[in-house]
Design a protein around this ligand. Structure first.
Ligand SMILES: [Zn+2]
Length: 434
């Protein structure tokens, strides 16, 4: 294990202890554990959480009163009650444990509904940070390597001594606001990045695409910066996005997946599998493939069997990389993001992606630059940014195709724009139901 002194100091100050090093060691070993050792470790973490929350948390004292305080096999966790978002909204105060520990406040962006408020204890933040360290190590990178963060939300660092220390002495991160990225600022950042020499780039997918679009338009070669990895998060990464970004940045693109309530918890390995950090967030799926998550270290504001609102397929195969961390085969986005057919059936939003891929194949990629769709009951509103080869026939192609896959009693609205605005957090959605 290697880390530099400044990273060691920064991390120890942030977590108020040097115990993170021991946890990092366990975390790096854990990814290779066999089934028996994994089960032992997970049972110990789940039972320790159960013990604490059933005595120190008013909500869980009641919520789990008729359940055992200890489980013997991992599958027993499935018998425990589910925590819904509505439970959190209605019981916010009683969900705060009577434990004096440092914590930070958080809230979801509200892009999929009403924002949800919650707390994250520092132990959970530490485990999330360590799991991120482990992910970077898969690519020969570390958390203290110079990197670029292109982000929507302003980080609340405050004006602490630590902030100035980091800014002056130890500053591995170059931050760019997604709301402040245009042709003029791109050139400024590009010039600075040539000397900063960052090793990795992290952004929402649409942010990385926008960065690559600007480079292409202004004729700047992103490969000159020398990135070794582009990490994309939050939005659906389609195969065509991956190809585009890998070509533009000249390096590997790795996907990550998570949610603000529990942090980023699944990361793509060099073999292309999305591995779950289940030593931080234990997960399983119900019969509808809905993901249920237990944040193992957030004792301040427990998420136990929390229905996060995503549907995923958990894999049963072992990954070629040899890591035993479970693998997600398919993330189908937020449960709210599927298309609802007039007959009530659900259809994945990927249906639009495949349709527009087909259009691009038939009419050339310069036909439609960008698109997004809003479903309001049986009405589908398409916002389209036309490309230079756009022709009206495409619209009848879209209609015809969707009459077949969604149903004949649907209506269409087509609107044309020059650009799409990001939501408050800086994300760009491509499909939503209202
Ligand atoms: Zn793997």
């Amino acid at each position: 294990m290697k880390y530099n002194l400044l990273y060691f100091l920064d991390t120890s100050i942030r977590f108020g202890s040097i115990s993170w090093q021991r946890i990092l060691k366990i975390s790096l070993d854990y990814q290779w554990y066999d089934e028996k050792s994994r089960t032992k470790e997970l049972l110990s973490r789940i039972n320790s959480l159960l013990r604490i929350i059933s005595s120190k948390n008013i909500f869980y004292k009641k919520h789990l009163s008729s359940y055992k305080k200890e489980i013997v096999t991992l599958s027993e966790i499935k018998e425990y009650p589910i925590l819904e978002k509505s439970n959190i909204r209605e019981n916010y105060d009683s969900l705060i444990s009577d434990i004096s520990t440092r914590y930070k406040t958080g809230s979801t962006s509200g892009s999929t509904g009403i924002p949800l408020k919650f707390l994250i204890g520092y132990s959970a933040v530490m485990h999330q940070t360590i799991s991120y360290y482990r992910f970077l190590s898969w690519y020969g990178l570390t958390s203290y390597d110079r990197n670029v963060l292109l982000w929507g939300q302003k980080k609340r660092i405050g004006k602490s001594i630590l902030y100035f220390f980091k800014k002056l002495v130890y500053n591995p991160q170059y931050r760019i606001s997604i709301f402040d990225l245009d042709e003029k600022t791109f050139v400024y950042h590009f010039e600075r990045l040539l000397t900063f020499r960052p090793k990795f780039f992290r952004s929402y997918k649409s942010g990385a695409v926008q960065f690559a679009d600007l480079a292409k338009k202004l004729n700047y070669d992103l490969k000159k910066i020398g990135f070794r990895l582009v990490i994309v998060t939050s939005e659906v990464l389609f195969p065509s996005d991956r190809d585009y970004l890998e070509n533009a940045f000249g390096c590997r693109v790795a996907n990550e997946y998570g949610a603000s309530e529990i942090g980023q918890f699944a990361f793509e390995c060099p073999e292309g599998s999305l591995h779950i950090s289940d030593d931080v967030n234990y997960v399983f799926t119900n019969s509808d493939n809905e993901l249920l998550v237990t944040s193992l270290h957030n004792i301040k504001f427990p998420f136990f069997n929390y229905k996060i609102g995503d549907k995923v397929i958990l894999s049963t195969r072992a990954c070629k990389c040899g890591r035993t961390l479970p693998v997600i085969d398919n993330v189908d986005g937020r449960s709210d993001d599927y298309i609802v057919k007039p007959n009530g059936d659900h259809l994945s939003q990927y249906a639009f992606y495949y349709l527009f891929e087909e259009i691009a194949k038939k009419n050339g990629v310069g036909c439609i630059k960008k698109y997004r769709i809003t479903q309001n009951q049986n009405e589908f509103a398409f916002e389209i940014i036309k490309g230079e080869n756009f022709n009206e026939d495409v619209l009848s192609h879209i209609k015809e195709h969707l009459y077949n896959v969604i149903g004949s009693d649907i209506r269409f609205i087509f609107k044309f724009s020059n650009q799409f605005n990001r939501d408050e957090s800086g994300k760009l959605w491509f499909f939503k139901r209202i």
